[in-house]
Design a protein around this ligand. Structure first.
Ligand code: SAH
Ligand code: SF4
Ligand code: F3S
Length: 470
């Protein structure tokens, strides 16, 4: 089947769906997603395509008819986790011969043939640019096609979609740009996600307005591997997009991720001061505090340029909170270069960091560099970076105590034996707090919270005022 006509799907008396000549009884799909928010959002999109094919989601592998792995290739650890889970799935095939198993996402984009050869239990593999055709692939597998791969790139000039959400929460991910043209020397993403392509501002604004009006969405996170390149090829920009989204009446919060420091424009930094709904948090990955390492990484900016961006952002919005990504032990990094990263942590005063050991990715430029660093050195440097940041973070967070923040409540649960609510500030910090009466459901309500204590890793608050759902 080239394309399923979803409008022609009939529901039979026995509850099955009739698609073409095939009957699709009620079935269950189990999904495991690895990697970044884009992948999680892709999974959501995949699930919306499977609903018309009579699939519902299960979190129990044993009761599933279809196992889907949405994979990530960013570091070796991500690959190993997936290979091990895929290996285990052969037992599911032994106990249930009818089960179908598929792998999609970033590993499948570049390694589909190897995966299909190596893992007999795998029925099909699909890449990152064909997820909207998952219905057709599932059809093919039930029609008897065996061990096929679909990894083609969408060749159309435009990137045009409508956001699909499966959850009832007021928080939604919205893709605005796909792919990456940066080719940082260590990174696999340009190979797994293809070239940059942006949606138009008009399409995104209409899309978000629809989500707000019809799906109860109040907070959007604009997604892309490099959102600061948004619109470049169409003469549009992220600053303009945010300014337009800021005008949508019932939208309460706009977040975006991930940014590349080279492309963050003066215009965008100014918008951090003017857009009322723009989050007070910015994730701005720096990768290293050494100019020579940044050059070897092909990051296109210097530490001085990066710090100047932070100063300008903080001038535009004094409440802004910054986080970052760091890679420890880039090939041949010297002790001096490593210490320059610790120095940068002092200067940047991040709220939190994600830090990783360098991982060599096949096909990237840095994988071809001769490298004298050992895993021991890398591990030690990573631990140093993390310990150093925790001290800084404790001070950065301590400055919150006594202040009041507006928080969107996300969930209720047990924390260290105590039942507490959990919410997130505009600046992305998670705050735990107790309510007078646990029977009142605060989920997705806005509350004003006064911070009563804050450590490097946890933040406690008390309710000042319950503001309600809007
Ligand atoms: N587009 C984002 C990053 C996406 S990948 C950006 O440019 O900042 C998320 C993070 O994974 C990166 O910021 C980097 O810190 C890390 N990363 C990417 N490739 C890596 C590799 N080969 N080894 C270790 N960490 C890596
Ligand atoms: Fe990877 Fe660099 Fe693109 Fe980020 S900007 S996805 S690190 S190539
Ligand atoms: Fe991983 Fe692909 Fe995202 S490699 S980080 S899932 S773009």
């Amino acid at each position: 089947m080239d394309q399923i006509n979803y409008e022609e799907i009939k529901t039979l008396e026995n509850g099955s769906k009739l698609i073409g000549e095939l009957e699709f009884p009620k079935r269950k799909v189990w999904v495991k997603t690895y990697g970044c928010q884009m992948n999680y959002h892709d999974t959501e999109r995949i699930l919306t395509h499977l609903t018309p094919l009579n699939f519902t989601l299960t979190d129990t592998k044993e009761e599933a008819d279809l196992l889907l792995f949405n994979t990530c290739a960013i570091r070796d650890l991500a690959n190993q986790k997936f290979y091990s889970h895929l290996g285990e799935s052969k037992h599911n095939k032994i106990t249930n011969k009818e089960i179908k198993i598929a792998a999609g996402g970033c590993i499948a984009q570049t390694e589909s043939k190897e995966l299909l050869n190596k893992y007999p239990q795998l029925d099909f593999a699909f890449g990152t640019d064909v997820i909207d055709n998952i219905g057709e692939m599932v059809y093919r597998t039930y029609a008897g096609d065996k061990k096929f791969a679909v990894t083609s790139w969408d060749r159309s000039e435009n990137y045009s979609i409508e956001t699909q959400i499966t959850h009832g929460s007021p928080q939604a991910f919205v893709n605005i740009i796909k792919g990456c043209d940066k080719f940082c020397s260590y990174c696999i993403v340009p190979f797994t996600r293809g070239r940059e392509k942006s949606r138009s501002i008009t399409e995104i604004v209409n899309d978000v307005a629809r989500l707000v009006e019809h799906k109860g969405v109040q907070e959007v996170t604009l997604l892309g591997q490099n959102v600061n390149s948004f619109g470049k090829k169409n003469g549009e920009s992220l600053a303009e997009l945010i300014t337009e989204l800021d005008k949508i009446d019932d939208l309460k919060m706009i977040r975006y991720t991930t940014s590349h420091p080279y492309d963050i424009s003066d215009e965008l930094m100014a918008v951090h001061g003017t857009a009322k709904k723009l989050s007070n948090h910015l994730h701005l990955p720096v990768q290293s505090g050494s100019n020579t390492v940044l050059q070897r990484m092909l990051r296109q900016y210097s530490v001085e340029h990066y710090l100047d961006r932070l100063t300008k952002l903080r001038e535009a919005n004094p409440d802004i909170v910054i986080s970052t990504d760091i890679i420890a032990g880039f090939p041949n990094e010297t002790e001096e270069e490593h210490r320059a990263t610790l120095d940068l942590l002092d200067k940047a005063q991040y709220d939190f960091i994600y830090s990783y050991n360098y991982s060599s990715r096949k096909g990237t430029k840095s994988a071809r560099m001769k490298d004298i660093l050992t895993n021991d050195i890398r591990g030690r440097r990573l631990r140093e970076i993390q310990a150093y940041q925790l001290n800084i973070q404790a001070d950065v967070r301590a400055s919150m105590v006594g202040k009041t923040y507006r928080v969107l409540v996300e969930s209720f649960g047990t924390k260290k034996g105590e039942k507490k609510w959990k919410g997130r500030t505009s600046c992305f910090r998670i705050v735990h707090f107790k309510a007078e009466n646990d029977d009142v459901d605060l989920t997705w309500q806005w509350v004003n919270l006064k911070i009563t204590s804050a450590t490097a890793l946890s933040c406690q608050g008390e309710i000042v005022q319950i503001l309600g759902k809007r």
